[in-house]
Design a protein around this ligand. Sequence first.
Ligand code: PGA
Length: 253
Amino acid sequence: MRKQIAAANWKMNLTYQQGEKLLDEILEEKIELAPHQQAIFAVPFPYLIMANSEVAEENNYFIAAQNCSDKKSGAYTGEVSAEMLQSIGIKYCIIGHSERREYYFETTKTLAEKVNVCFENNITPIFCCGEQLRIREENNQAIYVQQQLEESLFHLSTEQIQTIIIAYEPIWAIGTGRTATTEQAQEMHLHLRSVLATKYGQEIADEIPILYGGSVKGNNAAELFNCTDVDGGLVGGASLVAKDFVQIIKSLK
Ligand code: PGA
């Protein structure tokens, strides 16, 4: 059975104390996750260790990084390497979030490097793709996201690709309160799966979790996650509110 994942992306929000409280409130709910279900929390770098020890005891709950360097090590002031993340037990890292692509000029080539350093360090990339509003209005979203996958992922081996997590996040839906319709989400997720199938075969593509991101809330998660090819969500704003994120985790199929 394909993994179903509720992934929180805290972005650059919450103090350490606020983050700790939020995580406590969510864990206190003791939501029982089935073996194929996971809850992942992508927290700011300085919180990775603290959160890891808290979450370590809970089954199927994981802490993730929001980014890592494309370089292995060396004179890159301010950067954090995948090897460093691995050395404190981190197993997941968001790669290629649209905010990184847009504000920090990350290119598909840089992202291919980031994906590589993750795999070299046994870290699963949560690889984000998604189109701008202009591209959606021109109806070019299918080819656009296909190219994002091709340019950053298609050099990967079958063993590597079958452990990846993909997140489709239409940029026009991120933080805007405007969610993709279930039809739009399902159509794109099916497309992404067929793109993966063309390169790696249907059997492999059928096992890759594809999360939806963009204004997922407590009250729309179940509807989105119920789409055949939507395997959970990558959640920004609503992941900062315990009640909302609890409802989102409970909406996993
Ligand atoms: P949002 O963000 O849920 O606030 O729209 C999603 C994301 O950027 O991952």
